[in-house]
Design a binder for this molecule. Structure first.
Ligand code: GLC
Length: 744
C-alpha cells in the first residue's frame, strides 16, 4: 500500500529558514562576506587575459620543478595554478613571482595528487576503506595534509570517491569500493582530514572530490570507457559519496573523463550545474581532469577546440587542467556571443574564493623550515604502521595456523612481492620514496630476529618463467612454515591499468601449488589493488591475509598481524568474485523476478560457476570469534518520518582481544520501484576483550529508508522493511518492521 509519501526535509527546511532570518551573522559568515567583497573588488580590476589566466592549470615536471614557461606566464598573470610543482623552496620561488611581479599579484594555487599520503604513504584507499574505521582514515588524510602543505602544496586531487562495482577497472584501488554508504563515510573522513575546519591552516590543504561522475561505471571495466547509468542509479549509487564530500565542505571537484549517458562528464550541465550547484549549492570550483576538456573533441561532442572550450565552460568546468583551450578561444567566443563574460567571471570568482579561503592572499608563502620537521617524522611513520595493520583482512585461517609463534625456528619467505619496496606503496605514491618502504622480508627479520628466514623470490611478478621455483621449494622444505607473498605489481592497478583477468598474474598460482605440495603449512599474503579470483587458494591453502598495498610500513604491519601483535579486524569493501565472468557482482543487487535457485533451472544463475561471491562484501575474519545475537528493534512500526533504534549483543567468545565490524543492512521488501536485496545503513568497529559482551545500538531514520520513486522524487514509502545485522553482508540475523503511512 503506497498512499502517502513524505517529501523528506520539508519540515526541516522551514525551521532552517526561520533560524537564518533571526540569528545574528556569525564571524564565519562575516568572514565569507569579506571574501566576497575582496573578490568583487579584484574581479573589477582584472583584464580578460588575467581572468583566463586564473582558469588555466599547467603541469610541472615529474620531479616537482616548475617549467621556464610558467615563470613568464606567471609574471603576466596568465597562469593561476600548477599541478605536480612541489617543495617549499620551489613553490615559494614561483609564488614570489606571482605576488610581487605580476600586475594584480594574485597568488598561485599548487595542486598535487596526495591520494594516500604525501611522503609517508598509507595503504591504498581501497585498503584504508577495508579498515571500516573513518577515524583512522581521517587521521591518515590529516597527516598527508600536514606533509603536503609543508611542501608548499595547497590542494590535493583527492579523495577519489568513485563507486566501483567492476574490479577489472584498475582505479578501484583508489576508491572505497562498491558501497555508497561506506564510500560516503570514507569521503567525509578524507575531506575532514585534508581540510580540517579551516583549510587556510598551515597543516591543511583544500580537497577535491573526484571524478565527477560515475567514472567507475566504465563499460567492461576498461578505463576511460563509456558509462551509461540511469538517473536513479546515479542518485542512489554514484552521487552519495560526492554529496557527503560537499556536506563535509569540500572546496573543489574534478570532472571526469567518461562519456556519461551521451554527455561527457566534463561538459555535462546536468551534473556540473543542475545537481552540483543547483541542488547541492556547492560554491567551490571544478577543475577538469587532465586534458579532459580537449578530449571532448575525441568524444565527438565538439568539432574543434573552440567548441570544446565553450561546452566545458558553459557546463560548469571552471579550471582547465593542462589543455589550453579556454585561453586560446574564450575571447573569440565572447566576441561571437557564444560564451558570456558572466560565465568567465563566475568561474574566476569560484577559483578566487578558494584561494582566499586558503589564505593565500594574506600568507602566500610556506615556512621552509617546516619541511624538515613535518615530513616523514616518526609519529607519521608510526601512524602508517598502525593504520596499515587495521586495513588488513583475514580471509582464511584454518586450524588457527595464524598467528605464528614468535619462537618458530625457521620461516621460508617466498614470492615476487616478498621483498619489493616500490610495490608496497601501490599506485599514486605522491612524493613517497621506495627506499622508505619496509618490505615483508625486512618486517619479518625485525619482528623475529632469532628466526632463520629462508628467502626465495620464486619468480618476478609477471611470473612467466619457473626458473626460481626450485630454489623456493628448497627454502620451503628447509623451513618449519612458509609465507608466500603473491599478487599484483603496483602498476597493475590505478589509472590506465584495467585487467581482463583477475587471476594471479603469470604462473604465481603454480608456484603456490608447488610450495603447498611440500607439505609445510603455507600462509598466503596477498598484495593487490583489486579483488582477485583466488579460488584455488581459498579452497586449498590454510591461511590468506589480504594486505592490499599497505604503504611505507607494509612489512612491519604485516609482521604485526602475522605474529598476532595486531589481531586483524578489516572487512572487504568490495566483493571478491569466483570468476571474472560474474562481473558486475555486488552485494546490494536487485532481486530479479527469478532469483537464483539451485533447484530450479529457470532462475538467474550460471551453468559453470556458482552465482555467489568467493568472499562477500563486508567479510573478514579475526584471530578470535564473535557472536552477534539478540537483535532488538525499538518498535514494530514507525511513522513515515520516524526513527528506529536497532540493537544487538556482540560477544567475544574466543581467547584474544579483537575487533568486530558490526554491520547494519536494510531491505525495502515492496516499493513502487525495485529495491536492493540489502543496503548498508550503519556499522561500528568495536574492540572486545575475551569473554566481553557489549550491546551495540544503531539509530535508523526514516530518511535512510528513502529512494527515488518513479517520478524521480526522493520519498519514503510506507510498508514492510527488513533489518539485518551481522559480521558481513551475508552473515546476518534479521527482523522486520513497518513504516506507517502517516508522519507523526
Ligand atoms: C589523472 C587522473 C586524476 C589526477 C589528474 C592529475 O589523469 O585521472 O585522478 O588527479 O590526472 O594527475
Amino acid at each position: 500500500m503506497r498512499s502517502t509519501r513524505l517529501k523528506v526535509g520539508g519540515f526541516a527546511l522551514a525551521i532552517a529558514v526561520i533560524l537564518s532570518l533571526t540569528s545574528p551573522p556569525s564571524s564565519h559568515s562575516q568572514k565569507r562576506e569579506n571574501v566576497e567583497a575582496r573578490i568583487n573588488a579584484l574581479l573589477a580590476r582584472m583584464t580578460l587575459a588575467e581572468k583566463l589566466g586564473q582558469l588555466q592549470q599547467l603541469d610541472g615536471e615529474a620531479n616537482g620543478n616548475f617549467r621556464p614557461e610558467h615563470v613568464e606566464m606567471v609574471k603576466k598573470g596568465l597562469l593561476g595554478s600548477t599541478l605536480n610543482v612541489r617543495g617549499a623552496q620551489r613553490t615559494n620561488q614561483l609564488q614570489r613571482i606571482a605576488v610581487t611581479e605580476s600586475r594584480l599579484k594574485i597568488p598561485l594555487i599548487f595542486g598535487f595528487d596526495v591520494i594516500h599520503g604525501y611522503r609517508t604513504i598509507f595503504p591504498i584507499p581501497l585498503g584504508e576503506a577495508a579498515s571500516w574505521d573513518p577515524a583512522a582514515v581521517e587521521r591518515a588524510a590529516s597527516i598527508a595534509a600536514a606533509e603536503a602543505r609543508a611542501a608548499g602544496v595547497h590542494w590535493t586531487f583527492a579523495p577519489m570517491v568513485d563507486i566501483a562495482r567492476d574490479p577489472r577497472w584498475g582505479r578501484i584501488a583508489e576508491g572505497s569500493g562498491e558501497d555508497p554508504y561506506l564510500g560516503s563515510l570514507m569521503a567525509r573522513a578524507r575531506v575532514r582530514g585534508f581540510q580540517g575546519s579551516d583549510f587556510s591552516a598551515k597543516d591543511k590543504v583544500v580537497a577535491c572530490a573526484k571524478h565527477w561522475v560515475a567514472y567507475g561505471a566504465a563499460e567492461a571495466g576498461r578505463d576511460y570507457n563509456t558509462t551509461d547509468v540511469s538517473e536513479r542509479s546515479l542518485r542512489e549509487v554514484y552521487f552519495p559519496p560526492f554529496k557527503a564530500a560537499v556536506d563535509a565542505g569540500v572546496g573543489t571537484f574534478m570532472s571526469a573523463f567518461n562519456d556519461l549517458n551521451g554527455v561527457p562528464s566534463s561538459a555535462n550541465p546536468f551534473t556540473l550545474t543542475d545537481v552540483l550547484r543547483g541542488e547541492w549549492k556547492f560554491d567551490g570550483f571544478v577543475v577538469s581532469d587532465y586534458t579532459s576538456v580537449e578530449e571532448l573533441i575525441k568524444h565527438g561532442v565538439a568539432a574543434d577546440g573552440a567548441e570544446a572550450a565553450r561546452e566545458a565552460l558553459s557546463a560548469g568546468v571552471d579550471m582547465e587542467m593542462v589543455s589550453r583551450l579556454y585561453n586560446k578561444h574564450a575571447s573569440e567566443l565572447i566576441k561571437e556571443r557564444k560564451l558570456s563574460q558572466q560565465t568567465i567571471d563566475e568561474a574566476v570568482r569560484r577559483i578566487l574564493r578558494i584561494k582566499f579561503r586558503l589564505g593565500l592572499f594574506d600568507r602566500p608563502y610556506v615556512d621552509e623550515a617546516l619541511e624538515r620537521t613535518a615530513i616523514f617524522n616518526s609519529a607519521s611513520v608510526a601512524a602508517a604502521r598502525e593504520i596499515a595493520a587495521r586495513s588488513m583482512v583475514l580471509l582464511k585461517n584454518d586450524h588457527d595456523v595464524l598467528p605464528l609463534d614468535k619462537n618458530v625456528r625457521s620461516i621460508a619467505l617466498i614470492g615476487p612481492l616478498a621483498d619489493s619496496r616500490q610495490d608496497m606503496l601501490g599506485s599514486w605514491t605522491g612524493d613517497g620514496k621506495a627506499e622508505d618502504a619496509v618490505t615483508l622480508l625486512q618486517g619479518l627479520k625485525s619482528k623475529v630476529p632469532q628466526t632463520r628466514i629462508n628467502y626465495a623470490k620464486g619468480c618476478d611478478i609477471g611470473c612467466d618463467k619457473p626458473d626460481g621455483f626450485e630454489e623456493a621449494l628448497r627454502a620451503a622444505r628447509e623451513s618449519d612454515v612458509t609465507v608466500i607473498a603473491v599478487g599484483e605489481s603496483a602498476e597493475m592497478s590505478g589509472e590506465a591499468a584495467s585487467r581482463s583477468s583477475l587471476d594471479l598474474p603469470g604462473r604465481q598460482l603454480e608456484l603456490v601449488k608447488a610450495v603447498q605440495a611440500t607439505g609445510k603449512p603455507t600462509i598466503v599474503v596477498l598484495m593487490n589493488g583489486r579483488p582477485l579470483t583466488i579460488n584455488w587458494l581459498a579452497e586449498n591453502t590454510p591461511a590468506i591475509l589480504e594486505t592490499w598495498f599497505a604503504g611505507t610500513q607494509a612489512g612491519n604491519a604485516i609482521a604485526d598481524v602475522l605474529f598476532g601483535d595486531v589481531n586483524p579486524g578489516g572487512k572487504l569493501p568490495a566483493t571478491f568474485p569466483r570468476s571474472v565472468g560474474q562481473i558486475p557482482l555486488y552485494y546490494n543487487h536487485k532481486n530479479t523476478g527469478r532469483p537464483p535457485d539451485a533447484n530450479n533451472k529457470y532462475t538467474s544463475k550460471y551453468l559453470d560457476v556458482a552465482w555467489t561471491p568467493l568472499f562477500p562484501f563486508g567479510y573478514g575474519l579475526s584471530y578470535t570469534q564473535f557472536k552477534i545475537t539478540n537483535l532488538q528493534l525499538s518498535a514494530e512500526r514507525i511513522p513515515l518520518n520516524g526513527k528506529l533504534t536497532v540493537s544487538v549483543d556482540v560477544e567475544n567468545t574466543g581467547k584474544r582481544v579483537g575487533d568486530e565490524v558490526v554491520q547494519l543492512y536494510i531491505r525495502d521488501t515492496s516499493a513502487s520501484v525495485t529495491r536492493p536485496v540489502k543496503e548498508l545503513k550503519g556499522f561500528q568497529r568495536i574492540t572486545l576483550q575475551p569473554g566481553e559482551k557489549k550491546r551495540v545500538e544503531f539509530l535508523l531514520t526514516a530518511e535512510q529508508l528513502g529512494f527515488w520513486d518513479r517520478q524521480m522524487r526522493f520519498t519514503v514509502e510506507p510498508g514492510e522493511f527488513q533489518v539485518m545485522v551481522g559480521s558481513s553482508s551475508e552473515d546476518v540475523i534479521e527482523k522486520s518492521f513497518e513504516v506507517g503511512s502517516n508522519p507523526y
